[in-house]
Design a protein around this ligand. Structure first.
Ligand SMILES: [Mg+2]
Length: 231
């Protein structure tokens, strides 16, 4: 069993500091009129978000421009998220991860739109160790252009095989996330999905998008472990 967690609004919240750091990066590069509010964020891949931000401000989203923005974003995120109380784990997350770590029947992983360096900054700031997730698929890992979240489950499954030397079926993979994008990328590959309404989307909205189960948060540790362990 492989359980793949989304990061933002699933494992943790940065109180929209991630978005604010995008804005700081843009203003540093393009001036005070840069407006990070012009694009959608929830459930999307960071490379796509940056490309959209560049185009929304009349810039070409070349590889060099995206990389430059990514580096500025990292620096601002690191500075902003280190302030006390900005980043914190979502309700129930620490207890659930501790309970899952005690079991040897499954592997924990990440499947996220974040870059590895910025996702790790957010996790550490929330008291979560990125190394507790041996299988990781990040927002920049898609080999396709344009990249999509749907490309990431097969990458996570391949990394599982490379790491453990044994195969894993899609039905043995569960994706946990707070947006219909998380649910859609699970459904696209026959993986199970658990929708968590700790972001912008309600339990009903996540259920309507096809989640196998949708819950208000992850606080019912026993029930969550029971459901996640069930095949
Ligand atoms: Mg999310």
């Amino acid at each position: 069993m492989l359980i793949l967690f989304d990061i933002d609004a699933t494992l943790l919240t940065t109180s929209r500091t991630g978005i604010a750091a995008m804005g700081e990066a843009g203003r540093e590069r393009f001036g005070e009129t840069f407006d990070e509010g012009r694009v959608e964020y929830a459930g999307r891949l960071d490379p796509l978000i940056i490309a959209d931000l560049l185009r929304a401000h009349g810039r070409e989203a070349t590889d060099e421009a995206v990389l430059d923005f990514r580096q500025r974003y990292r620096a601002h995120l690191s500075r902003l998220v280190s302030k006390p109380g900005v980043a914190r784990a979502c309700p129930g997350v620490h207890d659930l991860l501790a309970a899952l770590r005690r079991s040897a029947t499954h592997t924990l992983g990440l499947l996220t739109g974040n870059f590895p360096e910025t996702g790790s900054i957010k996790l550490r700031a929330s008291g979560i160790d990125p190394d507790d997730f041996p299988v990781q698929a990040w927002g920049c890992d898609s080999p396709h252009s344009p990249p999509a979240r749907e490309h990431l489950p097969p990458i996570a499954m391949r990394r599982y095989v490379e790491r453990y030397g044994r195969g894993i079926k899609p039905s043995e993979v569960t994706i946990v996330g707070d947006t219909p994008h998380d649910i859609a990328c699970a459904r696209a590959h026959g993986c199970r999905s658990l929708g968590v309404a700790t972001g912008q989307f309600s339990v009903d909205a996540l259920a309507a998008s096809g989640a196998d189960r949708a819950v208000p948060d992850l606080t019912d540790t026993e029930e969550m472990v029971r459901w996640l362990m069930r095949q």
